[in-house]
Design a protein around this ligand. Structure first.
Ligand code: SF4
Length: 332
């Protein structure tokens, strides 16, 4: 950090990184079929998981040294981590835009406390509005708790509240309009996410991907849409309803990759820094944190790792290599 303050964290393609995604746990109370097997995964031993103080130190360095202005907490299911509001309070003290991605099951009891601790906005994952199908996808009969969690987030004053829907051909592609209607009725933003090759079982295939263009064409035919001018590096492309009843978003990672404006790095629950969701390498920050490294050394290591960032994922290209970790072991 120069006497003049933070120095931007740019990679070799000139992309300046400002957004830190932090996975606070690899554990989850769901077993979503597009993420992990029914029996779950071998969870990280507790001693390998970063403490809240270690997480906050990395976040503080990113804010103070590189000028990061956004943090998103993810998992696994982040709200399973004990005393999460304490971490939220520590991170909100850094003055950044703080968000959380959750499956919503604990929000009726926890949303207000997270809000009071400094959380501002939230994304809640929900891939079906039909109880039977929800139970098939997540292997949990918890749709009611998730829907109640959405109401709890709204009641707590979190805003915006966005609903993440992984759109999968032959699974929930017949619910696009139901979700849009749900969003219009509740005043929440539905974000459809193209299915990505990050499932632990390795069963992803391109024919299961419902593309952005298919999603938009289906919705526009029933609910006329107009595109919203892209702002910054947010992954979702946005469309507003022509009748003014809100917006929808699509994260088109597979068919319309947005890597050229990527500003994100990820910290895994066990302290590895990943410069890309699909990275096939990572920086062991935990060893630096626990090995007595000072802030300059850690900041230099982060800068070197991001400096080596590739242009983007190679999905559907011959040299695409699946990352060794699945989505729940990286964080969204
Ligand atoms: S795939 Fe990697 S480079 Fe592309 S947007 Fe996602 S994190 Fe960024």
């Amino acid at each position: 950090m120069s006497s003049m303050g933070p120095e931007p964290l740019a990679d070799g393609f000139g992309r300046v990184h400002r957004d830190l995604r932090i996975s606070v746990t690899d554990r989850c109370n769901f077993r979503c079929s597009y993420c992990m097997p029914a029996e779950g995964l071998d969870w990280l031993p507790r001693h390998e998981v970063l403490s809240y103080e270690e997480i906050t130190r990395v976040a503080r360095l990113c804010v103070e040294r590189f000028g990061f202005d956004g943090i998103r907490l993810t998992g696994g299911e982040p709200t399973l981590r004990a005393d999460l509001p304490r971490l939220v309070a520590q991170l909100s003290g850094l003055g950044v835009d703080l968000a959380l991605t959750t499956n919503g099951t604990t929000l009726r009891s926890g949303a207000a406390e997270l809000r009071a601790a400094g959380l501002t906005r939230i994304n809640i994952s929900c891939d079906s509005l039909r109880p039977d199908r929800f139970a098939t996808i997540t292997r949990r009969d918890d749709l009611d708790r998730v829907l109640d969690g959405i109401d709890a987030a709204l009641d707590a004053g979190l805003s915006p509240v966005k609903i993440n829907v992984v759109a999968m051909r032959g699974v929930n592609d017949d619910e696009l309009l139901d979700f849009v209607q749900f969003g219009r009725d509740k005043g929440v933003t539905i974000r459809f996410i193209e299915f990505m090759p990050l499932d632990a079982q390795g069963e992803w295939s391109n024919d299961k991907v419902l593309s952005r263009d298919e999603i938009i064409a289906t919705i526009d035919a029933r609910f006329p849409l107009e595109a919203v001018e892209a702002q910054g590096s947010a992954p979702a492309e946005r469309w507003r309803h022509r009748d003014g009843a809100g917006e929808i978003g699509v994260i088109a990672s597979v068919t319309h990759a947005f890597c050229d404006t990527c500003d994100r790095v990820r910290l895994t629950a066990d302290g590895m820094l990943r410069h890309c969701l699909f990275a096939t390498r990572e920086l062991d920050l935990r060893s630096l944190l626990r090995g007595g490294a000072n802030d300059d050394t850690i900041a230099a290591a982060i800068r070197a790792e991001v400096g080596a960032k590739w242009a983007g994922h190679q999905i559907n290209r011959v040299h695409f290599i699946r990352p060794a970790r699945s989505m729940s072991q990286i964080g969204g």
